[in-house]
Write a protein that binds this ligand. Structure first.
Ligand SMILES: *Cc1c(COP(=O)(O)O)cnc(C)c1O
Length: 407
């Protein structure tokens, strides 16, 4: 019989979203007429910006002509899109990131897990707690951890708590880690990293020869001008950080699929005590295992940087951030302790009277018919917290607030 990858068997069984679905199904089968409002999933709800749609339609027509037809594109992405990203997301903010350091892909979820392909198995790895589950599970699947304990922590991974006691800023570790995952603005807590904090991380990484994997999927939601949008706004980050970006949240591409990863050419790692540059390994990896993003979708992504595109995505982001404001204002006035929701589309709520995250989930489901996400599903330190997302219609957000306040 064929051998399977036994590391998959270490994955925690009761994974977050299936458990949420199970409880919703259970509730709706007993209460078939309830109209539930879902503020749970991290998916956008507003339609695609017009500029992106028009660009994609034009690209489809082009593909229908002899001259405009295209087959396989470059595995790294079309040069015009990489140039546009370099100019608009990096050079404009003073970051010297060139087009060929940008690798276009079909998502940050896959990039942030696939990156392990080019990294050794014996690195000491740290994640924050709570955390985006993809970082943890991809380490489990590739055999980089041991078994899970009762609080959901995997042996061999280190967890850096982010909670109200440390102002939701992960503290710089005293220990040396080779690989550190950071996500700011943070999913699920909505916390941001100040310039000072990010500078300390870069300094730590340089001192310890560590690599930071920086997920900036939510940078477009930053309102406060003093918060960096990219880790490369910090001097020295080009020597110690990879950045993941996506069009999923800023331009509503969750179903359209386009993202990119930045691997500066100056990034070095080692193999058999020799220095190797990470850019070449990732370039090799992508060329072998990936055939690029659809031409049509890349034209859609390029349109994000057009004049109209910029206006439209700003409007989209503001819409969600107004939702976030409504959530924060209402719940705060009702006496809840609410974090995040200022520079990120997530409100991170302290559960009242020390009830557990799942206890609060059941309470909101049954008494307010509102679905959120239990903080404990993102890690042991998320226990006692609850995430509500701003990705919904205005009507649903307002209705959900009325229901929670009345519950
Ligand atoms: C939504 C999200 C992404 C984006 O993933 P895609 O695969 O590009 O859609 C990346 N990181 C985090 C933390 C996210 O929440």
């Amino acid at each position: 019989m064929v051998q399977v990858n036994a590391d998959y068997l270490k994955l925690k069984a009761g994974y977050l979203f299936p458990e949420i679905s199970r409880r919703i199904k259970d509730f709706t089968s007993k209460n078939p007429d309830t109209d539930l409002i879902r503020l749970g999933i991290g998916d956008v709800t507003e339609p695609l910006p017009l500029a992106c749609r028009e660009a994609m339609k034009a690209a489809i027509e082009e593909m229908g002509t002899e001259e405009g037809f295209r087959g396989y594109g470059p595995e790294q992405g079309y040069h015009w899109l990489r140039e546009s990203i370099s100019k608009n997301d990096y050079l404009s903010r003073g970051c010297e990131i060139s087009a060929d350091e940008i690798f276009v892909s079909d998502g940050s979820k896959c990039d942030s897990s696939n990156i392990l392909d080019i990294l050794g198995k014996d690195n000491k790895i740290a994640v924050t707690d709570p955390v985006y589950p993809v970082y943890v599970d991809s380490n489990v699947m590739t055999g980089r951890t041991g078994e899970v304990n009762e609080s959901g922590e995997y042996h061999g991974l280190s967890y850096i708590p982010i909670n109200s006691e440390n102002g939701f800023e992960a503290e710089i570790p005293k220990e040396k880690f080779d690989l550190i995952y950071l996500c700011f603005p943070n999913n699920p807590t909505g916390a941001v990293a100040t310039r000072e904090k990010l500078s300390s991380w870069v300094e730590y990484a340089k001192q310890n020869n560590s690599l930071i994997l920086f997920d900036a999927a939510y940078e477009a939601f930053i309102k406060d001008d003093s918060i960096p949008h990219s880790i490369y706004e910090i001097d020295g980050a080009k020597d110690c950080a990879i950045e993941f970006r996506s069009f999923s949240k800023n331009a509503g591409f969750t179903g359209t699929r386009c993202a990119f990863t930045v691997i500066p050419k100056s990034l070095k790692g080692k193999a058999n005590s020799e220095e190797v540059d990470l850019w070449s390994l990732w370039n090799r990896r992508q060329s072998t295992k990936f055939n690029g993003v659809s031409y049509i979708v890349q034209r859609g992504a390029e349109a994000v940087y057009s004049k109209e595109g910029q206006v439209q995505i700003k409007k989209l982001v503001s819409f969600y951030m107004e939702n976030a404001e409504i959530i924060k204002k209402n719940l705060t006035s009702a006496g809840f302790e609410v974090f995040g929701a200022v520079n990120a589309p997530y409100a991170w709520i302290k559960t009242p009277k020390n009830i557990t995250s799942w206890g609060f989930f059941d309470f909101l489901l049954e008494k307010a018919n509102v679905v959120g996400t239990p903080g404990s599903g993102f890690g042991a330190a998320g226990e006692g917290y609850f995430r509500l997302s701003a990705f919904n219609s205005r009507e649903n957000v307002e209705k959900a607030m009325q229901r929670i306040l009345g519950a």
